[in-house]
Design a protein around this ligand. Structure first.
Ligand code: KIV
Length: 271
């Protein structure tokens, strides 16, 4: 089995192989060309054009307002920056919940208009009919269970999900169902690590966690959070790798000073 860097192009099949061989899967969000190029060249396995773009790119409080057209714009930009990573695009709220025909139409638009490789959908049994139709059209689907932000107004809070037996049981059943339907992978968000580990062991498809502990097959974070661009968001599961908010603010302050003092541009920076 090749290591992650030796895979020329990551496919849904490579992810299955990685799970089989105990190689952890790395996944981050991307919403634009420049960031996608950096993450792809650095060797990330999966890029998620997440509907978290609604929060980090558009400044909305939730993921609900982002539209299918917005997602298509972001996904097209990401795809143009990618050579190796598998690109998965979130079906946004309102683009698949009404019925399976609408879900299929939305998924087809994403695949046709962006060149993305797969879609992601939140929910289990409730969206199974739509998942079947999308899969039947040959479009790979990644599931998403646990804290599903498109249902935030049903949950009421962003706290850890499935801490009670009935919700944990439903989640385990839904994970098996998604695998049975043919989803190629599954995201588990903000659930107890012991439950996530149990789910990852119970299915053959890769399980990628966010706030779901280390016993799963891979990890995903929102890039703006792990880079410290988005500095207000500090959940326990988030590891910050940079403090870009501060670095960028300092760079902008230096630029302002240089412009105001006349130091920029210098002779060497002029024609
Ligand atoms: O939209 C998103 O960024 C996501 C991840 C948090 C998994 O769905």
């Amino acid at each position: 089995m090749s290591t992650h860097k030796e895979i020329k192009k990551v496919t849904t099949h490579s992810l299955t192989e990685m799970k089989k061989n105990g190689i952890k899967i790395s996944m981050l969000t991307a919403y634009d060309y420049s960031m996608a190029r950096i993450l792809d060249a650095a060797g990330i396995d999966v890029l998620l054009v997440g509907d978290s773009a609604s929060n980090v790119m558009a400044g909305h409080e939730t993921t609900l307002p982002i539209t299918l057209d917005n997602m298509i714009y972001h996904a097209g930009s990401v795809i143009r920056g990618v050579e190796r990573s598998l690109v998965v695009v979130d079906l946004p709220f309102g683009s698949y919940q009404a019925n399976s025909s609408e879900a299929l139409r939305s998924a087809i638009r994403i695949m046709k208009e962006t060149g993305a490789h797969a879609v992601k959908m939140e929910g289990g049994e409730e969206v199974s009919e739509s998942i079947i139709r999308i899969l039947t059209a040959g479009i790979p689907v990644m599931g998403h269970l646990g804290l599903t932000p498109q249902s935030i107004y049903k949950f009421g809070t962003y706290t850890v999900r499935a801490t009670e037996d009935d919700e944990a049981e439903k989640l385990k059943k839904d994970a098996l169902l998604l695998e049975h339907l043919g989803c190629f992978a599954l995201v588990l968000e903000k659930i107890p690590a012991s439950l996530a580990t149990e789910v990852a062991k119970s299915v053959q498809i890769p399980v990628i966690g966010i706030g779901a502990g280390g016993g799963v097959d891979g990890q995903v974070l929102v890039t703006h959070d792990m880079m410290g661009i988005n500095f207000e968001f500090k959940p326990r599961f988030l590891r910050r790798y940079l403090n870009l908010h501060e670095d960028m603010a300092n760079a902008v302050k230096s630029y302002i000073n240089d412009v105001k003092s006349g130091d920029f541009p210098s002779e060497k920076e002029s024609y």
